[in-house]
Unconditional design. Structure first.
Length: 219
């Protein structure tokens, strides 16, 4: 992950949202590796780009900052070191983070309706039905994917030489499928600022995806 992040240009939040923001960032500051606040800044930064020209709603701002809320409390090493263990860790994290986000926000008076919107977005549960997926959920998922592609992919790939090029292409295709059309537009814009090696990887992966779709149509 990037060791620095743009500080998002936030609209001035009023109570109770400003109080919730302070609690959320205080929780991030407990991270022993000092990475959570950087991640929150990145996700919010891309959420604002995706939402532009509309400003983020207060709940969207808070949701963007809760994507990895106190993830350090539930390390990957606390689950079995296999694929089922990894998938369970991810699923559990979504609920743990969403529950904590709601606890913090409700404690300062944010409404039940808005807390439900926040929980849906951070827990990702309504992503299972894209047609009924909420706007905040889709925005948060897009912002998280852009953060991965622009801020994390290069380092992650460098740390995992054991992963084959073919498998990397599969990872890119699965990641790309998570994006909305708006998210895909913005992801393509990011390619101009990425390392040529990564651009080649993403371009190749997506060209294979297009070819596979064409084969399905022909079949």
């Amino acid at each position: 992950m990037s060791t620095s992040a743009p500080i998002p240009q936030q609209e001035k939040l009023s109570p109770p949202y400003s109080l919730a923001l302070n609690l959320i960032d205080k929780a991030h500051n407990d991270d022993p590796q000092n990475l959570e606040l950087i991640y929150a800044n990145n996700v919010e930064h891309y959420a604002r780009i995706l939402s532009s020209p509309k400003p983020l709603t207060p709940i969207q701002t808070l949701a963007a900052r809760c994507q990895h809320l106190r993830r350090f409390d539930t390390p990957r090493s606390s689950y079995p070191a296999n694929k089922p263990g990894y998938l369970k860790w991810r699923r559990d994290l979504y609920t743990i983070q969403a529950d904590l986000a709601v606890n913090l926000c409700s404690s300062v008076g944010i409404s039940e309706h808005e807390c439900r919107e926040l929980h849906d977005a951070v827990s990702k549960k309504d992503l299972l039905n894209r047609e009924k997926c909420g706007e905040t959920t889709a925005l948060l998922e897009d912002a998280a994917v852009l953060t991965f592609l622009k801020e994390e992919l290069e380092g992650f790939k460098g740390d995992h030489d054991e992963i084959s090029e073919e498998k990397w292409e599969g990872i890119i295709r699965k990641t790309w499928r998570k994006l909305t059309e708006r998210g895909k537009e913005e992801a393509k814009r990011l390619l101009g600022d990425m390392q040529p090696e990564l651009v080649d990887l993403i371009t190749k992966a997506l060209s294979v995806q297009v070819e596979d779709k064409e084969k399905v149509k022909e079949g």
